[in-house]
Write a protein that binds this ligand. Structure first.
Ligand SMILES: Cc1cc2nc3c(=O)[nH]c(=O)nc-3n(C[C@H](O)[C@H](O)[C@H](O)COP(=O)(O)OP(=O)(O)OC[C@H]3O[C@@H](n4cnc5c(N)ncnc54)[C@H](O)[C@@H]3O)c2cc1C
Length: 381
């Protein structure tokens, strides 16, 4: 293991791995990624793989739209099949609140150049999701350029590309402490020894909260369990990912035919619990069968759970912290860190290599919470 590096990245999820790649691509190849377990062992490997540009806040929408531009070229750039598919994304609205929120969303999204349509229930069935039970649906927003990718393949592809450029990945190497001297980060302490570096990036998902504390930084991140399941493969019937915030569900059909999806339990308590529950299995099966009757008797092959690293405004925490020079945050992604990772990581790579990021990420700095930022993203499950 290298004992000194230009940059240490804590966490080998999609964010840490993609950041390693974008840093190396910019010439900073003397980087080490320290991962407590295996690549994608955190939220990344547990996620739904959805890539949606339809967000309710400008920062999230911009990051998602600009990420999509990168997603489109990623298989060529990384020379790997990552099961990227632009099958669209259908957001179902059931309530007056949904209708009001969707109007605001569509105005924002179209203002940012996104081609998003508003569909009636008949149009949903005819054009986007044949067989969907639209009882109670008032309208949907639909963006045909949204899509999905395989989180494991994506993270591995980024990591392999970074390795080819000289980055070192140390797996099963938990970081115990971020080292700080005189208001500057100096490296990290692991069970296998210390790595010295002038820049340390906190990309440890929900555990970022704990790592930041070792450097005296308090992050407003709350871990929340989110459960998810996958069915046996069935004949292709669905192109877009389907989501509803009021009905509380998301699902998509993977390239191999399996349906993957989940919902947020409104009674969930915050914490690091990642166990699976029978309640989730039964409720999710019922919801899936209600919305897509052809799935009513499909077999569930596996269920699991992962953690959202939620912030008060549903937007990530990116960049420097005022108290500790060189300690960069790349965390707080809630339920959308996979889809925005490409742009977030390329922006952070610009910041770390001393260039001005080509999209303003300063407003996503930790400082915003000191000013009382809480209102934020509405389009989360
Ligand atoms: C059920 C579920 C569904 C989701 N669906 C979607 C979706 O459809 N689309 C989407 O965009 N997002 C989705 N998300 C969110 C997405 O998974 C995350 O936002 C994203 O994966 C965050 O990536 P990350 O690299 O920041 O974190 P992680 O993937 O959690 O990676 C952090 C890594 O840090 C490591 N680590 C922790 N502590 C230490 C330590 N002390 N030392 C070293 N390493 C450490 C962990 O082992 C982990 O591998 C979903 C999340 C869940 C839970």
């Amino acid at each position: 293991m290298r004992r000194t590096a230009d940059c240490v990245i804590i966490g080998g999820g999609v964010v840490g791995s993609s950041l390693a790649y974008y840093l190396a691509k910019r010439g900073m190849t003397n980087c080490v990624v320290l991962e407590a377990s295996y690549l994608s062992s955190g939220a990344t490997g547990r996620c739904g793989g959805g890539i949606r540009q339809q967000w309710s806040t400008e920062p999230n929408a911009r990051l998602a739209i600009e990420s999509m531009a990168l997603w489109k070229g990623l298989e060529d750039e990384l020379d790997r099949d990552i099961e990227f598919l632009q099958g669209g994304y259908l957001v179902l609205g059931y309530t007056d609140d949904d209708v009001r929120q969707f109007e605001a969303n569509v105005e924002l999204q179209r203002g940012l150049g996104l081609d998003v349509e508003v569909l009636t229930p008949t149009e949903i069935r005819d054009r986007a999701a044949p067989g969907l039970d639209t009882r109670g649906v008032r309208l949907a927003t639909y963006c045909s350029s949204d899509g999905s990718a395989n989180p494991f393949l994506t993270t591995q592809a980024y990591a392999d590309a970074a390795r080819r450029l000289g980055v070192e990945f140390e797996l099963f190497t938990p970081v115990g402490r971020v080292l700080v001297e005189g208001g500057r980060v100096t490296g990290v302490e692991t069970e296998r020894g210390t790595v010295s570096a002038p820049v340390v990036v906190n990309a440890a998902g929900s555990h970022s909260l704990l790592l930041a504390r070792t450097a005296g930084i308090e992050l407003p991140i709350t871990p929340w369990r989110r459960e998810i399941l996958v069915t046996e493969p069935v004949e292709r019937f669905l192109d877009p990912m389907v989501i509803s915030f009021s009905f509380g569900i998301y699902f998509r059909q993977t390239r191999h035919g399996a349906v993957i999806g989940g919902f947020a339990d409104p009674d969930e308590q915050p914490g690091f619990n990642q166990t699976s529950s029978l309640d989730f299995l039964t409720t999710m099966s019922r919801k899936l069968g209600r919305l897509m009757p052809r799935l009513a008797s499909v077999k569930i092959v596996r269920q699991w759970a992962g953690l959202y690293d939620a912030t008060p405004d549903g937007q990530p925490i990116l960049g420097h912290v005022p108290e500790v020079d060189g300690f960069i945050q790349a965390c707080g992604f809630s339920g959308h860190g996979f889809m925005i990772a490409p742009k977030v990581s390329s922006l952070l790579a610009q910041l770390i290599t001393g260039e001005r990021p080509d999209l303003d990420i300063d407003r996503l700095n930790l400082r915003r919470f000191a000013d009382g930022a809480t209102a934020g993203e509405r389009s989360v499950v």
